[in-house]
Design a binder for this molecule. Structure first.
Ligand code: 26Q
Length: 823
């Protein structure tokens, strides 16, 4: 018999299959065939981790050897979603792994579906952090993501009787095979107590006494770069009690103190605050912030000191990027560590701190600005508070020197003012870089919200337009389109998205159009199936899939969308023979648990869905679907299937948006306002390939500053709008309780409350929106024209890769060097 020589790939596959089998055996005392799907997932995950581990070690060795500068991306949120599928596509051995899994008789989709989403974030800001980590590894830059290992991440949303119910998401109830506990890096974080000053050897020592302490324990998760052997680390911290309290303790005081410490450790990392773009001044939230910042900085400095002894050169090796103001305690804690633990003088410590810290602003919504009451702040973090007082004292002197006698400047810029500690002001004063997340957003910061700071420190301000990773949101989420693109232009787009522009030459090619249209259709069938399974609703994949998925917030104006659906329904009922292209309106959104009007909007959407979906007389022309528990894993399916991307925030309110980019990448056309990154999307794709409507940001800001908008006038003059609004309070969608939607009605017309009526200009923009929707319909009827526009959207998405964003951060802010990892 002729001996066949095994190829390397075959050997690899055999080894991988053996590993999976062995894991099943070792973990569950069963054969792979006998274990449950979830256990199959665990076995496969361990086998993949085994491959990743070697690259992880090699990467960290390479970093050590080159002594490379490292960015610490400090964030309260990392919305990672599932890791396994993403890890596999990023590994160079992806094809062998996929084949081996198949040869084992396993279905990779089923395996992937077993993994719970790591939902350690709310929305845009948290998902951006996850995309950034993917890009940092793929570009080969040394990086740590630092955050919190919440026991309960973003809540799981159930819809019951049309209302949102929040269910705790216990994502860690089973083992998490893709993390490693690193006890050797545990450290202590202290809260409360008081600061005592000791004068010894000619200097003051600041000593915190009477505090409560917890042990911070890091868990590391690997972040695999695409095909380059680079593996960075997401380090998330858990809290444990320092000592377990002693039941024999006879001293009651000591006993109680021990119990309290234990409780503190239990509560700190218990749960993610589910507020998106809304500040809640909760003590526990401040504890969470200090907890992960103190631990992350302690470790970063210790790591630096293993190779260096001169802390004044820390900025050459370390940069801390603060993801919004949530990690701004970095400034105070770094000062504290440098002075109190490493005995530097104020000026030395300040020189280092102000060269290490950079701040990203993600919102101009005033209700999202973090301001902590002095009382709370100084009680919880007495030493940090002292330090901030001193930073503030010196800063006010600077302001006074620059603007003598101008008290208004101090009022606006002081860090401590009106009994509050203002975190944004601290971040801007101490940081060397302040960036917005889209061109328009940065302009508004400079001209409006942060004008005084911009005037004082113009050199700190810069823009970094957000991006998304095409590896998760096209390669993984939309394999059909990914393969089609690769077939047309090769696979360079995977790490060089602008290359995708190569498909532009096919925009007029009939055959390519048909292929492209068919892929969209297949993806719509996939989503229709998901909807049938989860909602029990039949939707027609030939209808227009019109999608708005994002957090529920008044400024994002899901209400405008659903009011327009109500209006269309009225039109069809009034004119049953009118021309109307069938449309499926798809919503997905979580509302913060305490955000009443947002939760009521969910109920409204579901009530409208109930009426319309069950009205046989309209022949299924409109369907309304609310997708329960919108999250990263089902987002991938939704983006792939969308025709229309609803990006309809009140102009000036959405800092950037990133869902808009994910839709574009998947060939959906933007229906939106000139807000956030929509402006740049239109710039790239051309105004003819998007549907733009509504007030400009200047017009909105002008109304806000000078008044002159009266929604009641529109109500009085426009009978279609009036009819829709009356349906909110006449029981049309709530026969059992006609008053149910009264608060929504009031928010638009202010007949009751003291709030401003229609703060988000919904009625003002309504006609313009309806007219843009009409243009969408007309454009869709021209199938070839539509497919061409969709292809042009994909072709011009290049700018919106997070690889580009990260490269800009590196060039302008972080100044890192790429590291090569050879295996
Ligand atoms: C603050 C204090 C207490 C509790 C919670 C919060 C909190 C939590 C999350 C405040 C804000 C957030 C999240 C903000 C956010 O996601 N902003 C979005 O960031 C995206 C990435 O830059 C942008 O694309 C979006 O426009 C912006 O809304």
């Amino acid at each position: 018999m002729a001996k066949t020589v095994k190829t390397e790939a075959e050997i690899f596959k055999e080894e991988f299959k053996k590993k999976v089998r062995d894991e099943a055996k070792m973990l569950y005392r069963k054969t792979l065939e006998e274990v449950s799907d979830r256990h199959k997932f665990v076995a496969v995950a361990y086998a993949v981790k085994d491959i990743v581990i070697d690259q992880w070690i090699a990467t960290q060795k390479a970093y050590e050897k080159t002594d490379a500068k490292t960015v610490y991306y400090l964030s309260m949120e990392f919305l990672m979603g599932r890791a396994l599928g993403n890890m596999i596509i990023n590994l160079s051995s992806r094809n062998e792994i996929k084949e081996a899994i198949e040869e084992l008789g396993l279905d990779l989709n089923v395996i992937e579906d077993q993994e719970p989403d790591a939902a350690l974030g709310n929305g845009g800001l948290g998902r951006l952090a996850a995309c950034f980590l993917d890009s940092l590894s793929t570009l080969g830059y040394p990086a740590y993501g630092c955050g919190i290992r919440y026991k309960y991440g973003m809540f799981q949303q159930k819809i019951e009787d049309g209302y949102q119910k929040e269910i705790p998401e216990d994502w860690l109830r089973h083992v998490n095979p893709l993390e490693i506990k690193r006890e050797e890096y545990a450290c202590e974080v202290k809260f409360g107590g008081f600061v005592r000053v000791e004068h010894r050897d000619g200097r003051n020592y600041f000593i915190q006494d009477g505090y409560q302490a917890v042990r911070a324990i890091p868990y590391d998760m690997p972040i695999v770069g695409y095909g380059n052997n680079v593996v960075n680390t997401l380090r998330i911290w858990d809290a444990e009690p320092i000592v377990h309290f002693n039941l024999d303790e006879f001293d009651k005081g000591a006993y109680m103190a021990a119990v309290e410490q234990e409780n503190l450790a239990k509560t700190i990392t218990e749960v993610l605050y589910p507020n998106d773009n809304h500040y809640a001044g909760k003590e526990l939230r401040l504890k969470q912030q200090y907890f992960f910042i103190s631990a992350s900085l302690q470790i970063a400095i210790k790591k630096y000191l293993t190779k260096h002894d001169d802390l004044s050169k820390l900025p050459e090796k370390v940069v801390f990027q603060m993801n919004d103001t949530h990690p701004t305690l970095t400034v105070a804690e770094l000062m504290r560590l440098l002075m109190d633990e490493y005995l530097l003088e104020w000026d030395e410590a300040w020189a280092i701190t102000s060269k290490c810290c950079a701040y990203t602003n993600h919102t101009i919504m005033s209700e999202a600005l973090e301001k902590w009451p002095i009382e709370l702040f100084s009680r919880l973090l007495p030493r940090c508070y002292q330090i901030i007082e001193e930073i503030n004292r010196r800063f006010i002197i600077d302001i006074e020197n620059k603007y003598p006698g101008d008290h208004r400047k101090i009022e606006k810029m002081a860090i401590i003012y009106d009994g509050q500690v203002k975190m944004a002001n601290l971040a801007i004063c101490a940081g060397f870089s302040v960036n917005g997340v889209a061109k328009l957003h940065t302009e508004i910061l400079e001209k409006q919200e942060l004008r005084d700071f911009y005037e004082m420190f113009p050199e700190k301000f810069n823009n970094k337009t957000n991006g998304i990773t095409q590896r998760r949101f096209l390669l993984h989420g939309n394999p059909l389109l990914a393969e089609w693109v690769t077939g047309k232009v090769g696979d360079d787009w995977i790490t060089d998205l602008p290359k995708i522009q190569g498909i532009e030459v096919y925009a007029d090619d009939k055959k390519a159009q048909a292929e492209f249209a068919n892929i969209k259709y297949q993806n719509k069938v996939r989503l229709a199936k998901y909807i049938k399974e989860h909602n029990g609703i039949d939707v027609d994949p030939r209808s227009i899939f019109d999608v708005q998925v994002k957090r529920l917030h008044e400024y994002k104006r899901q209400l405008l969308n659903i009011l327009h659906v109500m209006y269309l329904y009225n039109q069809i009922k009034e004119h049953p023979d009118m021309d109307f292209y069938p449309r499926t309106f798809i919503f997905g959104a979580k509302a913060a648990a305490g955000y009443k009007i947002a939760k009521l909007t969910i109920k409204l959407i579901n009530s409208v869905a109930d009426v319309i979906n069950n009205d046989a007389s309209i022949n299924g022309k409109i369907k309304v679907v609310f997708i329960e528990n919108y999250r990263v894993s089902n987002a991938e399916i939704i983006f792939a299937a969308a025709d229309v991307s609803e990006q309809i925030s009140t102009a000036s309110k959405e800092a950037s948006g990133t869902g808009n980019m994910k839709f574009m990448l998947n060939g959906a056309l933007t229906l939106g306002t000139m807000d956030g990154a929509n402006v740049e999307i239109v710039e790239e794709v051309g105004i003819d390939n998007a549907f733009i409507f509504g007030l400009s940001s200047d017009e909105v800001i002008n109304y806000e500053n000078n008044g002159g908008y009266d929604p009641m006038q529109i109500f009085n003059e426009d009978m279609d709008i009036r009819k829709v609004l009356m349906q909110l309070i006449n029981g049309f969608y709530s026969p059992d309780d006609p008053e149910r939607f009264r608060d929504i009605y009031n928010s638009l017309l202010n007949t009751q409350s003291t709030d401003k009526a229609d703060r988000y200009f919904i009625l003002k923009d309504f006609r313009s929106y309806a007219e843009a929707q009409k243009r969408v319909e007309e454009a869709y009827k021209d199938q070839e024209g539509w497919v061409k526009k969709a292809m042009l959207n994909v072709a011009h998405v290049g700018k919106f890769t997070s690889d580009r964003t990260i490269q800009e951060y590196v060039d302008d802010i972080w100044h890192l060097e790429k590291v090569k990892v050879d295996m």
